[in-house]
Design a protein around this ligand. Structure first.
Ligand code: GLY
Length: 429
């Protein structure tokens, strides 16, 4: 089979790595890919923005691609799957209507409310309600308070406000400064729930849904969950706090009711449905849905998947998932993200990355590239999140030791990474 992967982050490198092991694979292409992906795939520099889907389709036809796998949310929300479907080309991911589950937080909130799926209490405000939104915030005494822009905002649309001032500033960013354009034309002001977060990604074929092993993501830039939100600075799987009872609650109280209600509303969801869950006082609440694989959750879930991923993705796209459940490696998996100077406010590029050669063809420590490219034969930084260093072991302690001793051998100017990834999981051993 010939596979085309769309995207160029750590998630896409991990998917390409796993797909490259499939006995039914002939060749992988990636648009645009990155330096790491280029070791296992032919990378093609085509813009993946919405007005360029025609070029991607032209490429897929010219190479007789059997399956296209979409990594990031933006092309899905913009309807790339609908465009491929129209041409009779196989593609893994939800169509535009189904991807609204990530494309509009207001849509998702209203959907969960009418289908009685547990979410944190909150209120939706439109731009014309600016004064009401500010008055509502001023009456609030309890912080933090969560302010969410409705649409996609490159990971910057959710603010955990610690004070009235920060909450109003977040609303101003949407309604007054138009920082997120149309994505900020509606805002949700939501109660902050105390607890712990877990990500459960599910494979869906339009009729059937198979939840995967849970993972935990570290969103803040600094140790002990301090500093700004990022795309994700590390992850681990499985999650010891999520025992069988909690996992069943997540699946039975949130994921299955969502999937069945979608079917009831004629939303045929294919691809990955990613549930961002908060466990508060022992009960799961839905914080958000994403319409794609998580990053960096994929980098710790997929290395634990024993099954061949490629037939699973193909079956999902064909609406014909054969399996009832998936087989998981019992080992613990940890991913630490190395980011570039200035991240997440900014990022730097062009810094030479050293120390990668020791890990080539090394299955003990996997290096998934994100913001990297090759310049004059050297691998250099090219964005905020640069690399994900991943390892599996019998215990979290061992997996952490392997990851952290590997990351110390890698360097680039301005490298920053958290030292506490999976520390709490290690503490529970
Ligand atoms: N790790 C968070 C996300 O993929 O959205």
């Amino acid at each position: 089979m010939k596979v085309l992967i769309i995207g160029g982050g750590g998630r896409e490198h991990c998917l390409a790595w796993k797909i490259s092991k499939s006995p039914i694979l002939d060749k992988i292409y990636a648009i645009p890919g990155n330096a790491g992906i280029s070791e296992i795939a032919e990378c093609i520099d085509i813009n993946i923005s919405r007005n360029n889907f025609g070029e991607i389709i032209k490429f897929a036809k010219s190479k007789r691609i059997d399956l296209t796998v979409v990594g990031p949310e933006a092309p899905l929300v913009d309807g790339i799957v609908d465009c491929f479907d129209k041409e009779g080309l196989k593609i893994f991911g939800p169509d535009k209507k189904a991807a609204t589950i990530e494309g509009s937080k207001v849509f998702t909130r209203e959907f969960m409310q009418r289908n009685s799926i547990p979410i944190p209490p909150g209120i939706i405000f439109e731009k014309t309600d600016y004064k009401e939104a500010v008055d509502y915030i001023k009456k609030r005494r309890k912080y933090p308070l969560v302010i969410k822009a409705d649409g996609l905002a490159a990971g910057k649309g959710v603010v955990i406000a610690e004070s009235e001032e920060q909450a109003i500033e977040a609303v101003d960013d949407c309604f007054i400064k138009n920082r997120f354009g149309i994505s900020g034309s509606k805002v949700i002001v939501e109660d902050f729930l105390n607890g712990y977060e877990v990500s459960v990604l599910c494979l869906c074929d339009g009729k059937k849904i198979i939840p995967m092993a849970p993972a935990q993501d570290y969103k803040r830039i600094f140790d002990n969950d301090r500093g700004k939100n990022t795309g994700g600075m590390g992850s681990y799987s499985p999650v010891p706090l999520v025992d069988d009872v909690i996992y069943r609650q997540i699946v039975n109280d949130i994921i299955l009711p969502t999937y069945n209600s979608m079917l009831g509303e004629n939303i045929i969801y294919k691809g990955v449905l990613y549930a961002g869950i908060m466990i508060s006082d022992g009960k799961p609440y839905l914080l958000e849905y994403n319409c794609r694989f998580g990053d960096p959750e994929t980098q710790v879930i997929i290395p634990r998947l024993k099954d061949d991923l490629l037939p699973l993705l193909l079956e999902c796209s064909e609406g014909n998932l054969q399996r009832q459940e998936l087989a998981w490696d019992e080992n613990k998996c940890v991913c630490v993200v190395a980011a570039s100077r200035g991240y997440p406010e900014s990022s730097s590029s062009g810094d030479v990355i050293t120390g990668l050669d020791d890990f080539r063809n090394n299955e003990e420590v996997l290096i998934f590239h994100a913001g990297t490219k090759i310049v004059n034969g050297k691998v250099v930084t090219n964005g905020g999140r640069v690399l994900g260093v991943v390892s599996k072991a019998l215990t979290f302690r061992e997996a952490r030791e392997k990851v952290y001793s590997a990351i110390e051998k890698i360097n680039f100017s301005g490298i920053q990474y958290r030292r506490d990834i999976a520390l709490k999981a290690e503490g529970s051993e």
